[in-house]
Design a protein around this ligand. Structure first.
Ligand SMILES: [Zn+2]
Length: 169
């Protein structure tokens, strides 16, 4: 059985990275204008309310919630270790909390932090990209939905007007 790399009380550095920190940034569909212009296939332009930053009945807000990648390197002391059952090796506890990516030097921890930060930033960017294209599709869909209802309503108006004019006021 391989011995743990660290012993109780060793000074170590651990690297962390997460993208759970919520931040509000300008809406990437309307850029804060609260509405977007959709150009239809026939060149006609339709102004519609931004749904990407809309929150239910509140309507568009001009901002979108995303998650910022935050990473750090922290120094601490080894306070425990447990054998990993599946991955093999050891899992260390630093100042009372179980930590991944524990290193003997700050430089190694920093290298790991930078690698993880880049990975998480890339993953976040891809997720935002997918969200964005989904939102664009939603807008096209909602424009056609509103137009359909509008046409229907206009037909009804025309029909009622016709009835009125027949009676001759
Ligand atoms: Zn918006």
């Amino acid at each position: 059985m391989e011995a743990p790399q660290f012993k109780y009380g060793d000074r170590v550095w651990y690297a962390e990275s997460s993208s759970y920190c919520a931040v509000d940034v300008p809406c990437d569909i309307c850029f804060g204008k609260l509405s977007v212009v959709l150009i239809l296939g026939n060149g006609e332009e339709t102004d519609i309310e931004c749904e990407a930053c809309g929150k239910g009945f509140q309507g568009p807000t001009g901002v979108r919630r995303t998650h910022e990648v935050r990473s750090s390197v922290t120094e601490g002391a080894i306070t425990g270790f447990t054998k990993r059952s599946f991955e093999g090796g050891w899992r260390f506890e630093v100042d009372g909390s179980s930590r991944d990516h524990v290193f003997a030097t700050q430089e190694e921890a920093e290298a790991k932090r930078s690698e993880m930060h880049e990975r998480d930033t890339g993953a976040r960017a891809r997720m935002d990209e997918e969200n964005l294209s989904g939102k664009k599709k939603n807008h096209a869909w909602s424009a056609s939905y509103h137009r359909k209802h509008l046409e229907e309503a206009e037909r009804k108006v025309a029909w009622h007007r016709a009835k009125l004019s027949k009676k001759g006021s």
